[in-house]
Design a protein around this ligand. Structure first.
Ligand code: SF4
Length: 489
């Protein structure tokens, strides 16, 4: 096992993400030695002689151990996949690349499913996965007679609703050591370390799963789209960092959720919504990533080219929703899916931020972000940069959506109900400006029929007012220096 500087710095990952991965590796190596009696050759980040790259360390390890073959698991990023393919030529022994068992749908199975389809819709893939895995199935039919209970999962959180206290994990001596290392070696990386509470061992990850299923899953469905400024985690799983790291297995996670439904411990809308995230969305975006890379990352269907505003790093903006989401991200290396999609992603979509810059940001800042999951979610779902391969419509929304699903607007310098003028919520003008700017491309999309009917009824003067307001706001954003490193705000 090897800790390499190149993987820690090819983008400047959030400090908590580095701690999670490095502490997880160190605990895993100790468990292998203690529980399985394995011999582990472990090269730590600061070992003298560490070359700092996968390739350099592989060649050194081969020289040390003189193996008759090298066996690796397929990686999570195209960048490393290309690196691995070059190893085949650099090594004098055979290289075997095995399927990644952190997923239920091997790349080859997804490729067969995708072959010849013009549209790769998640819902179609998800139904195939339900049949394949048997989760929430009653014979050939879905439990409850419906495949998808999403329309039951959009409730607003009442102001006096008490959310359970979430299980977090106090750093042990190993994690504290890694926190000190990260603070010293990577001081300029984005994010704070103080609130680190992610599971770093298999035992902790299982505790996190148990806590979620017992305390949070019953209400997860109802409130999965809600946002509250002072309660970042709400009922969300908080298990993606452990799942993507390999501390949890997707099958056991779904089995635990289904068992809660079968024993009457959680309603179907919650369990179906959760299982869809795991065997549907998670497997689907990963399959799509491998099926369409490397060309996928280069598309830019809406010709978005603006620089990422600096407040994505600093949180310094009068827009309370964006400031709140950046704050949660900085403190916890986490924001839940609606914060990511409908606030941070939505703003980037409406403002026309260059996809590559938005994607680099999302890859840096979240503890669960690896390119296989980050890129399709941001490029396809949030920014519609693939022109609709992944999402049937751009997820554009005005301030009304954020107001309906959160309590951000009450504390904002802007007025979410105002339609025009400098005090009006910027999401409002940006939303209509987006629809105007992309009218030729989007007005025939059936899922956007309603807003385009509204737009058609607007006077030329109102349209001109929207364009002027949006233009003024965008001009006021200022641009982040193109190659600026993320700084610790
Ligand atoms: Fe965000 Fe607009 Fe609400 Fe302010 S008023 S919090 S900018 S949606």
């Amino acid at each position: 096992m090897v800790e390499v500087a190149e993987e820690a710095t090819y983008v400047r990952h959030h400090k908590q993400k580095l701690v999670l991965v490095l502490s997880g590796m160190r605990h895993f190596a100790a468990d292998l030695r203690r529980e399985r009696g394995a011999r582990v050759d472990y090269v730590s980040l600061e070992d003298p002689g560490n070359t700092g790259s996968f390739t350099g360390e592989l060649l050194r390890a081969v020289a040390r151990h003189r193996p008759d073959r090298v066996v690796v698991t397929e990686p999570g990023e195209w960048r490393v996949w290309e690196m691995m393919r070059a190893w085949g030529e650099a090594l004098e022994v055979p290289l075997e690349i095995r399927d990644d068992t952190r997923f239920l749908c091997p790349r080859s199975v997804f490729a067969r499913w995708a072959e010849g389809r013009a549209e790769l819709r998640m819902e179609t893939f998800y139904r195939a996965m339900r049949r394949r895995t048997g989760f929430l199935m009653e014979g050939r039919e879905p439990a409850g007679g419906r495949w998808n209970f999403d329309r039951d999962n959009r409730r607003r959180l009442p102001a006096d609703h008490a959310v359970p206290r979430r299980l977090r994990f106090a750093p042990d001596a190993v994690t504290r050591g890694v926190m000190a290392l990260v603070a010293r070696r990577f001081p300029d990386h984005f994010g704070e370390l103080e609130a680190f509470g992610w599971p770093v061992t298999r035992a902790e990850a299982l505790d996190a799963l148990r806590h979620f299923v017992e305390a949070c899953l019953p209400a997860f469905g109802d409130y999965q789209d809600a946002m509250r400024a002072d309660t970042p985690f709400l009922y969300h799983g908080l298990i993606a960092p452990a799942l993507n790291l390999g501390l949890l297995d997707p099958e056991e996670v779904c089995r635990a959720a289904e068992a809660a439904y079968r024993r009457g411990g959680a309603p179907l809308n919650a369990v179906e919504g959760f299982i869809r995230q795991i065997i549907g969305w998670r497997e689907y975006v990963r399959g799509l990533y491998w099926a369409r890379m490397p060309d996928y990352a280069g598309t830019n269907a809406l010709s978005a080219g603006r620089d990422l505003p600096w407040f994505y790093w600093s949180g310094e903006t009068d827009m309370a929703c964006l400031a709140g989401c950046v704050r949660d991200t900085r403190v916890h290396a986490h924001a839940h899916h609606i914060q990511r999609l409908m606030v941070l992603g939505n703003f980037a979509l409406l403002a026309g931020i260059a996809p590559a810059q938005v994607e680099a940001w999302f890859l840096v800042v979240y503890a669960d972000a690896y390119e296989w999951v980050e890129l399709p979610n941001v490029h396809g779902m949030a920014l519609w940069a693939d022109g609709g391969l992944l999402g049937s419509k751009p997820y554009a929304a005005s301030g009304a959506y954020i107001d309906r699903m959160s309590d951000y607007c009450g504390d904002c310098a802007y007025d979410v109900r105002a339609r025009a003028g400098p005090g009006a919520c910027p999401f409002n003008a940006l939303y209509w400006n987006f629809l105007i700017a992309h009218e030729a491309r989007l007005r025939h999309n059936p899922r956007l029929a309603m807003p385009y009917r509204t737009l058609a009824r607007m006077s030329a003067a109102r349209r001109a007012e929207i364009t002027a307001d949006a233009g003024r706001f965008l001009a006021s954003l200022g641009n982040a220096p193109a190659a600026a490193p993320p700084r610790a705000p």
